[in-house]
Design a protein around this ligand. Sequence first.
Ligand code: FAQ
Length: 321
Amino acid sequence: MELLEKTDQVHEVLLKTFEEKINRGDAIEPRDRMPDAYRKHLMRQMSQHAHSEVIGMQPEGNWITRAPSLRAKQILLAKIQDEGGHGLYLYSAAETLGITRDEMIAQLHSGKAKYSNIFNYPALNWADIGAIGWLVDGAAIVNQVSLQRTSYGPYSRAMVRICKEESFHQRQGYEIMAKMMAGTKDQNDMAQDAMDRWWWPSLMMFGPHDSDSPHTSDAVKWKIKRNTNDELRQKFIDKTVQQAEVIGLTIPDKDLKWNEAKGCYDHGAINWDEFYRVVAGQGPCNKQRLAHHKKVHAEGAWVREAAEAYRIKKEKQLLHN
Ligand code: FAQ
């Protein structure tokens, strides 16, 4: 009994020290003590974030061979390569929490770990590549700029670098849309059609409304999230509406209206049934995305084995020198 009380007291002191650190705005580093729930939240969020970056390469990768010019192809290749790199920083940062890359991949393959809803939609034509860069990367940046100040050191440092690259991605997407809007009637229609299909799923990327988000309250308390889902979604809407207007695109929301009193746009209802369906595996491309990841992961086994053999050889050489 006495031992149990002592354990509780130690636990309370550790939690208090952790929360004081968070409240001072200090970063939490891998060797610092942290509550289990904080560690688990980060493992879930960071691994999902990493999986999103990697799965997100698929819809765009589909268009590399069909880019309309060499310039467009080079830019798209560089962008997709960046997304793979982002996945790698994030997997490495998540590993500092005590989970291995293999465990994270196994969770993705079993369906235990999620990835962003948005990558379960198809990229049907070149305008979709514009919409992904402009809207999807645009939404990702709004979230990630905020995450640069997240409380976990390795995550926040990864975000600083990722944000620099994402802003280039967003501009390449906007450039594609602007060019199509300055083109023929058919090109204008293609751009508007892509906008119509990607707008609502992009708004869903920020997650459910705050009132329906089970993880937000702890995440805000621990400064993992520096803004709530709704705050970030609003920021994205406010900046994107103006960008759409400049190039002549219409936001597919008849309820979108400037609210003078609040100083931001009011928007229509989001179809949360669609969101939960897609996240649960019933989106248009879920099966295809996961099957492709499993296939290339299995095909890449020899690369991982060769890298591991090289590492062991180098370690042995170091021991003998
Ligand atoms: N998709 O209580 P919350 C990119 C789930 S990177 C799927 O609000 P939380 C770059 C959530 O997991 C895009 N599931 O949860 C790129 C939870 O379920 P669980 C990825 C979602 O974690 C561009 C449940 O709903 N970015 O695009 C989504 O506090 C182009 C309740 O939700 C990040 O991951 C969703 N959208 O907040 C790459 C940013 N939203 O796990 C290639 C980091 C929510 O309990 C091409 N992540 N859920 O079963 C975050 O900021 C947060 O995790 C949120 C969700 C905001 C996504």
